[in-house]
Design a binder for this molecule. Structure first.
Ligand code: NAP
Length: 418
C-alpha cells in the first residue's frame, strides 16, 4: 500500500552505517522455511511465492500430510522436507542446500538453545527468525561475532510484532532526530490482535508462556520488572480498529530498542478480544503459579484443553491486527505510526516475507541483528521492506500526531482540529 509516509521516508535520508548497494538478484534463490506447515510459516511461504514467484521454497516440518498439502498450495517451485529441527544431521543437510533459512517453528519461549542459528552459522546460510521471546532474542544476539566471522547475515525477531514494529520505531526515531524534534525520550509499543489472529496452537502456547514471565520495561533508563498483564491502558488504534484495552507483556523489542536506539523509556502492551480473553489472561497471572506457566510441557497440555474453545470464539472474533508505535521527544513532540490489517494470519506472512527478501537482496550485513539496527536492515532498504510488509493493510501511517490517527480527534480552540 503506497502512502504519504513512504514519501516521507524517502525524503529524509541520513548517512547509513551499512550501505546495502544495489539489491542482489533473488529470483532463483532457495529458501527453507522451518515450521512451513504451520500458520505463520505457511503464510510466509504463500506471501514469498506471491512476491517472488521464481523463488525455490522448501517447507519443513514433522507432518508429511500437512507438508504435501502446502506444496500443492504453493505449486511447482515448492517441496517438502520432513524432519525434526532437533535432529542436527537433517537440519544441517537441509541448510547446506539453501540461501536462507526462515525459522518459524516456535515456541521460542523456554528454549534452551539457538540450534537453528548455530547450524546456519556452521553451514554459512543466511538466517531469519520470527522469535517473540526476550531471552531467546538476546541469546541469538550473542552469536553476533560468530556470524560476523563466518560472514553469515542473520536477523532475530523479524516478524510483524516484533519485526515491522521495530522498524517503525527505528524510522520514528531517525526522522525525529533528523528534524531536530528534541531527544527521543519514550517509546511505547501497543498491539492488538482479535482472538488468536488465526495463528496456530503455538501462538496460544506462546501467550501462556509469556504470562509466566515478569515484564521488562524501562523508565528513564531504569530497568523495571512488572507483573505480566498489568498496567492496562485504553489505546485508540484508529481507522478499522478503534479503542482497545492493552496490558504489559514481556516482549523482546523493549530491551532491543532501549539498547540499540538508546531510548530511556520503553514498554510494550498487548490486548485481545473478546474482552473476556483479557480478563482470562489477567486471571491466569494472578491464580496460576508462574512456574506452571513457564513449563513448556504443562503449557502444551493446557493448550490442547483450551484450543477447541479458542477456535470457536475465533470464528466470532475475526483476526484483525494493529500495531501502534508512539514516540515522545524532549520538546513535547509526540509522533506515532499505525499498521492495521484485517487478517493477522495473512499480514504476518507478508511481513516475514518482506524481511526474507531484504536479507536475500543483501540488505543485511554479516552478524546477528535486530530489525531496527542499520546493519540488520540497511536504512535505504527500510522503505521497500515497509512497502512490501504493508500490502493489504487497512491503515498504514507514519510520523503523524496521535490526533490525526485516532478515531475521535479532540476539538480544541475555535472548533479547529489540531
Ligand atoms: N514475530 C512475530 O510477529 C510473530 C507473530 C506470530 C507468531 N510468531 C511466532 O511464530 C511461531 C509459529 O506460530 P504458528 O502460529 O505458526 O504455530 P503453528 O501453526 O503451531 O506452527 C508451528 C510449526 O512449527 C513446526 N514445528 C514445531 N516444532 C517442530 C520441530 N521440533 N521440528 C520441526 N518442525 C516443528 C510445526 O510443524 P509440525 O508440528 O507439523 O512438525 C508447525 O509447522 C510461534 O512461536 C509464534 O510465537 C511470531
Amino acid at each position: 500500500m503506497a502512502c504519504a509516509c513512504m514519501r516521507h521516508l524517502s525524503a529524509i535520508r541520513t548517512p547509513t552505517v551499512a550501505s546495502a548497494g544495489p539489491p542482489k538478484e533473488t529470483a532463483n534463490s532457495r529458501v527453507l522455511i522451518l515450521g512451513g506447515t504451520g500458520r505463520v510459516g505457511g503464510s510466509t511461504a504463500i506471501a514469498l511465492s506471491k512476491l517472488s514467484p521464481d523463488l525455490r521454497i522448501t517447507i519443513a516440518g514433522r507432518n508429511r500430510e500437512k507438508g504435501a498439502s502446502m506444496v500443492t498450495t504453493l505449486g511447482k517451485n515448492a517441496e517438502f522436507a520432513e524432519f525434526d529441527i532437533n535432529d542436527d544431521k537433517s537440519l544441517e543437510s537441509a541448510l547446506n542446500d539453501v540461501d536462507l533459512v526462515v525459522h518459524a517453528a516456535g515456541p521460542f519461549q523456554q528454549t534452551e538453545d539457538c540450534r537453528v542459528l548455530e547450524a546456519a552459522i556452521r553451514a554459512k546460510t543466511a538466517y531469519l527468525d520470527v522469535c517473540d521471546d526476550t531471552y531467546y532474542a538476546l541469546r541469538a544476539k550473542a552469536y553476533n561475532n560468530e556470524a560476523i566471522a563466518s560472514k553469515v547475515p542473520a536477523i532475530t525477531t523479524g516478524g510483524i510484532y516484533p519485526g515491522v514494529s521495530n522498524l517503525m520505531a527505528a524510522e520514528l526515531v531517525r526522522v525525529a532526530k533528523s528534524e531536530n524534534k528534541g531527544e527521543p525520550e519514550r517509546l511505547r509499543f501497543y498491539y492488538y490482535t482479535a482472538g488468536t489472529g488465526g495463528a496456530g496452537p503455538t501462538i496460544l502456547a506462546t501467550s501462556f508462556l509469556l504470562l509466566g514471565e515478569e515484564v521488562i520495561a524501562f523508565n528513564k533508563g531504569e530497568k523495571l520488572k512488572l507483573r505480566p498483564y498489568s498496567g492496562m491502558m485504553s489505546i485508540d488504534f484508529g481507522k478499522g480498529i478503534g479503542k482497545k484495552d492493552v496490558y504489559l507483556l514481556n516482549l523482546p523489542e523493549v530491551t532491543s530498542t532501549h539498547e540499540t536506539l538508546g531510548i530511556p523509556s520503553v514498554s510494550a502492551r498487548f490486548g485481545t478480544s473478546p474482552f473476556f480473553w483479557n480478563w482470562a489472561m489477567d486471571a491466569m497471572t494472578r491464580f496460576v503459579p508462574s512456574e506452571l506457566l513457564r513449563d513448556r510441557s504443562k503449557v502444551e497440555e493446557m493448550v490442547k484443553l483450551f484450543d477447541p474453545v479458542v477456535r470457536v470464539i475465533d470464528g466470532y472474533a475475526g483476526e484483525r491486527v494493529s500495531l501502534r508505535v508512539d514516540l515522545e521527544c524532549s520538546d513535547g513532540k509526540h509522533t506515532i505510526g499505525v499498521f492495521s490489517h484485517k487478517k493477522l494470519s495473512v499480514s504476518v506472512g507478508t511481513s516475514i516475507a518482506a524481511f526474507a527478501l531484504a536479507v536475500l537482496e543483501g540488505s543485511t550485513q554479516p552478524g546477528v541483528w535486530f530489525p531496527e539496527e542499520p546493519q540488520g536492515i540497511a536504512i535505504e532498504a527500510r522503505e521497500l521492506l515497509l512497502q512490501r510488509a504493508s500490502q493489504g493493510t487497512i491503515n498504514f501511517v507514519m510520523h503523524k500526531a496521535p490526533w490525526m490517527v485516532e478515531t475521535n480527534p479532540k476539538e480544541v480552540g475555535l472548533g479547529i482540529y489540531v
